[in-house]
Write a protein that binds this ligand. Structure first.
Ligand code: NAD
Ligand code: FE2
Length: 349
């Protein structure tokens, strides 16, 4: 038996933020990152929560760690919060998911993404870093699925170009991986195709600052999130988690440098090569996997994403960590560690 669940309620359009009024009278913990809090962007959220008793936890700095989650749990308990609102990119949303998960009781979780993006606002994933062991690992549980996601592209206006580029490549990676993993199905394929084709077509305009394109990227991000939440991710994310914990480069950028290499390795599996060819066709490219990986490399160059990440890194250790990552288990083909090391040699150092 197969099934598809879409649990998160999505809210968008004029006054989508006004839906926060539903939390009136409750104690609400707002989770954000230090930059968004200092920039004043979070103020609009606090105002929309005017009828609630609020506290702000804005200790998220960079990608979330177990220590940040522990601090967040303390803030949750200090307020005895009845709901959590996450405002930010994947880092703030994943930290919020972590603290809701570790809290004493499951409180409603609202997410407002400010990058496009991780799709975390619709997924059962949170990716946390264990700094003591230099490990970054996804936690996957239905209790992590946000209850409500507010999609408001106005918050994306000031996103730096490099963040638009990195996070946009994350959207493309989510869609491309969900499309070929063993659990893909006609519903997730439809979501992934739309997400990939939209992001491929609109990311350059979003990078140039076009607000309509940023809005389309925000929708593509949620579509890709729905696709991978149901189907899973694959080898590229398994490697990106393992490598990201060692090189400390942004998540989307690590995926960006890995994706073309992983596609070429995955395409040795004929049904996967055919699906990549289908994605290439949808993007107006020659229908074969090399056209797709080549186009992604050109897109990265155009967006200023480097072809390699700085080392040195123990590639054998990264390959071993990636083999243990849950995303590897659903990849379309199996890899042995030496094959992963060969991919890594192509992108690090
Ligand atoms: N849970 C999931 O399903 C999932 C999926 C993919 C990635 N992730 C995780 O998400 C994290 C990355 O999230 P991200 O790529 O969104 O980056 P991020 O949240 O770390 O944000 C990147 C930078 O952009 C800034 N920023 C965010 N929104 C902004 C805005 N509107 N204006 C100006 N600056 C803004 C942030 O302050 C930060 O400096 C990683 O830890 C990654 O592993 C989670
Ligand atoms: Fe990702």
């Amino acid at each position: 038996m197969e099934e598809l669940r879409l649990r998160t309620r999505l809210v968008w359009g004029p006054d989508a933020l006004g839906s926060l009024g539903e939390l009136k009278g409750l104690r609400v913990l707002v989770v954000s990152d230090g930059f968004l809090s200092q920039s004043g962007l979070v103020r609009g959220v606090m105002e929309a929560l005017g009828g609630a008793e609020t506290a702000l936890f804005d200790a998220v700095r960079g990608e979330p760690t177990l220590e940040m989650v522990a601090q967040g749990v303390a803030a949750l308990q200090a307020l005895d919060a009845q709901a959590v609102v996450a405002f930010g990119g994947g880092s703030a949303m994943d930290c919020a998911k972590g603290l809701v998960w570790y809290g004493e009781r499951r409180v409603p979780l609202w997410c407002i993404p400010t990058t496009a993006g991780t799709g975390s606002e619709v997924t059962a994933f949170t990716v946390l870093t264990d700094t003591a062991h230099s490990l970054k690992y996804p936690l996957v549980d239905d209790a992590l699925v946000p209850d409500v996601a507010i999609l408001d592209a106005r918050f994306l206006e000031g996103v730096p170009q490099s963040v638009t580029a990195d996070t946009g490549l994350d959207v493309l990676t989510h869609a491309a991986e969900a499309y070929v993993v063993v659990k893909s199905n006609p519903f997730t394929d439809a979501l992934a195709e739309r997400a990939f084709a939209t992001a491929y077509a609109r990311l350059p305009a979003a990078f140039a600052g076009d607000m309509d394109a940023k809005g389309e990227m925000l929708f593509a991000s949620a579509l890709a999130g729905m696709a991978f939440n149901a189907a899973g991710l694959g080898a590229c994310h398994a490697l990106a988690h393992a490598l990201g914990a060692k090189v400390h480069a942004p998540h989307g950028r690590v995926n960006a440098v890995l994706l073309p290499q992983v596609m070429e390795a995955n395409a040795q599996h004929l049904p996967t090569a055919k699906k990549y060819a289908q994605l290439a066709k949808l993007c107006g490219l020659s229908p074969n996997h090399r056209a797709l990986s080549g186009a992604l490399r050109r897109l990265c160059r155009r967006l200023g994403i480097p072809e390699r990440l700085a080392g040195p890194v123990d590639l054998g250790q990264v390959a071993a960590d990636a083999m243990r990552d849950p995303c590897m288990a659903v990849n379309a083909r199996t890899f042995i560690p030496s094959e992963l090391e060969a991919i890594l040699k192509g992108v690090v150092g």
